[in-house]
Write a protein of this length. Structure first.
Length: 412
């Protein structure tokens, strides 16, 4: 088949959404001929990667808005508006390519947010949407613990999603999708409300064989102190304030313990002040944003358990990385992490109230710190789960199944 992929973010050797876009290209091109519409600034890293490892079935269409229009993209504030305008411009670009090539179907893979229309869906061919997320919400009882900036963010995010439900173009695109892939059950519910008929829950992220091999060599850590780690932007909805309060409670029972926090963000100062106020300032290390992924992974290798207390997370690929490294994961029973972590691979905590979450997170840390054999069993099971259910090759096989089903219906 001739497949058009819409991948605004698409870049090799990167994490997050750029990795999602790039790996979908690799997987779809295993079975079909694929054309990829992506940003022009992705061209250099893509061509370097192709020089080393060619993808004969992949063709790239590089598109960006004119220079005069790029002032919209200034940091995160203008990124969403720029992305919307890019989607619109990309549609007119691929419409010309469709006249020349004759695509059989189009598939939107990045960005993975459900409330922004994907204009390639307007082409007169079958459309696959996703995986997309963004339907997850922080439970209302937790919002009072956010900073003012965090509370304003949540109000604006809710407003944007509610307005999206009224967008006739978005509803039209949802109805046009032959398959809509949602990262979580919460997003699946919202896609159905928009009118999508065939909705599947498909995690956004996965691991390549090389990545699995890299993490497989992480040794099981032994010796003191017992060390937990959080990796993620220091922003309100990541729940670092909850994990920090839980660690303070845990530290009273297990004094020979440390909490490492990797990355930076707007909540850094607030969290550092909280650590001092809780009396654990000397046992909590804020590493900030490290220069390379290798530096991040080396910190992970020096820790026993990952704690990820995000209150709305479409996926949370750091949980998958920790699992591949044989580390148990403590997370909230919300969003993407709840789909990754099982009773055999970590501990999921219900999110009923902040006080309950802090108490249960602390109890989970005590359980793993006082039972090393349990942590070892969970780590082994976590590695196996990643191999069986979260390999990128599995997504390639899913795409093949979906595309073949569409082709059979069209042909019929």
């Amino acid at each position: 088949m001739k497949v058009l992929l819409s991948a605004y973010a698409c870049e090799p050797d990167k994490g997050s959404e750029p990795a999602v876009g790039w790996n979908w290209v690799r997987q779809v091109s295993r079975f079909h001929e694929v054309w990829v519409i992506t940003r022009a600034n992705n061209r250099e890293p893509i061509e370097k990667a192709l020089a080393k490892n060619p993808l004969p079935n992949a063709h790239f269409i590089y598109f960006d808005l004119p220079h005069w229009a790029r002032f919209w993209k200034r940091g995160q504030r203008g990124a969403h508006l720029y992305y919307y305008l890019w989607q619109l411009g990309a549609y007119f670009a691929v419409r010309k390519w469709h006249q020349r090539v004759g695509f059989d179907l189009t598939h939107h893979v990045t960005f993975g947010q459900y409330w922004t229309p994907s204009f390639v869906a307007l082409l007169p061919i079958p459309f696959v949407w996703g995986p997309v997320g963004g339907g997850e919400s922080a439970p209302a009882s937790f919002r009072s613990g956010f900073s003012l900036r965090g509370r304003v963010f949540e109000v604006l995010r809710d407003l944007a999603r509610n307005l999206a439900r009224l967008d006739p173009l978005l509803r039209f695109i949802a109805r046009r999708s032959r398959f809509a892939l949602a990262t979580t059950e919460q997003t699946a519910k919202r896609l159905k409300q928009l009118g999508a008929q065939n909705v599947l829950v498909v995690p956004q992220f996965a691991m390549t064989a090389d990545e699995c091999e890299l993490f497989a060599h992480f040794p099981v850590r032994q010796g003191a102190p017992f060390r937990v780690i959080s990796i993620g932007r220091l922003i309100h909805w990541k729940g670092h304030h909850l994990a920090l309060r839980a660690f303070a409670s845990f530290h009273q029972r297990v004094p020979d313990s440390e909490y490492w926090v990797v990355n930076s963000g707007s909540e850094m100062g607030r969290l550092q002040a909280l650590a001092k106020r809780l009396g654990v300032g000397k046992s909590v290390v804020f590493w900030g944003k490290l220069p390379t992924l290798e530096d991040v992974y080396s910190r992970l290798a020096e820790c026993d358990v990952l704690i990820h207390a995000a209150l709305h997370e479409a996926f949370g690929n750091v949980c998958l990385e920790a699992m591949a490294a044989g580390r148990p994961v403590i997370c909230l029973d919300l969003g993407g992490p709840a789909l990754q972590v099982t009773e055999e691979t970590g501990i999921k905590v219900a999110a009923i109230s902040p006080e309950q979450v802090v108490r249960d997170l602390a109890a989970a840390m005590v359980k793993l710190a006082t039972d090393p054999a349990l942590g070892s069993r969970m780590g082994d099971a976590a590695r196996e789960r990643v191999k069986q259910y979260f390999a990128w090759d599995k997504k390639g096989e899913l795409a093949l199944e979906l595309y073949n089903g569409i082709a059979a219906r069209v042909g019929g």
